[in-house]
Design a protein around this ligand. Structure first.
Ligand SMILES: C[S@@+](CC[C@H](N)C(=O)[O-])C[C@H]1O[C@@H](n2cnc3c(N)ncnc32)[C@H](O)[C@@H]1O
Length: 240
């Protein structure tokens, strides 16, 4: 069985941790299961995941909810601000894979500037309906937003830093997805940032998975989560 970080090990406490790790995991586990036993194809997997998240994001009542985050501004920064630690010190171009409504593009640009780093944000989003949101919300960046499945996407340019989640493809395609982003999307000597993901403080499931594909993280950062056993985590891989 291909490792997936979605499934809780069992019991109520484990479910509590699982739901703290990933909002909506209950809806997504059956989709992973259907894919794993061959009931649905990869294309159907993407469509089923979008069926769950697209209406939820489109109906979100604030910019964070339209990016899949349920907290207020303070929690948003706690949950995403750590990404600043992983940006190249000289800044440069930053591609948010799965940019949703573009709120992370906006926030990270501001937070990086506070830390003295200038980034130029870009986004790619698999959902055409969601990709229209940043084009409207941030018209100055409209030409920098693409609608595409990042798996297999050949961008018109490469980026100094590219951020993604590993759950943007079915689990058995994860290694190929990371290789594709490193080889086709990240600039030479650029950074592939994985995260933010929520993981038990004392576990390294994501790092172990990446090592099993032959990737050793070049840098790592964490921040406290409101659940004491969980941490927000992110890491980066180098393209060379
Ligand atoms: C949780 S939101 C992330 C929003 C924001 N980037 C952040 O990190 O807070 C994940 C987004 O990734 C998009 N997505 C998922 N799989 C994708 C893929 N293979 N290619 C492009 N976008 C994808 C989803 O449609 C969704 O809008």
């Amino acid at each position: 069985m291909v490792p997936t970080t979605r499934r809780p090990p069992g019991g109520h406490e484990a479910e509590d941790i699982a739901s703290a790790k990933e909002r909506g995991w209950r809806d997504l586990v059956p989709i992973d299961d259907a894919y794993q036993v061959g009931e649905i194809t990869g294309t159907e997997w993407h469509a089923a995941v979008l069926n769950v998240i697209e209406p939820a994001y489109l109906n979100g009542g604030n910019p964070r909810a339209q990016s899949g985050h349920s907290g207020d501004e303070t929690r948003w920064r706690e949950a995403r601000g750590l990404l600043v630690d992983l940006l190249p010190p000289h800044g440069g171009t930053f591609l948010d894979v799965g940019c949703a409504n573009g709120h992370l593009m906006e926030s990270l640009t501001d937070w990086a500037a506070e830390a003295g780093t200038v980034i130029e944000p870009y986004g790619v989003e698999i959902s055409a309906a969601l990709a229209d949101l940043p084009r409207t919300r941030c018209p100055q960046w409209a030409h920098r937003i693409w609608t595409a499945n990042a798996m297999g996407w050949k961008p018109p340019r490469r980026f100094d830093a590219v951020r993604t989640g590993l759950d943007y493809v079915p689990a058995d395609l994860c290694g190929a997805y990371v290789a594709h982003l490193l080889n086709q999307v990240v600039a030479p000597s650029g950074r592939l940032i994985i995260g933010v993901y929520n993981e038990e403080r004392d576990q390294n499931t994501v790092q172990d998975l990446l090592r099993s594909f032959g990737h050793r993280p070049a840098g790592f950062t964490t921040a406290d989560h409101r659940h004491p056993e969980i941490q927000y985590k992110a890491l980066w891989l180098t393209s060379s």
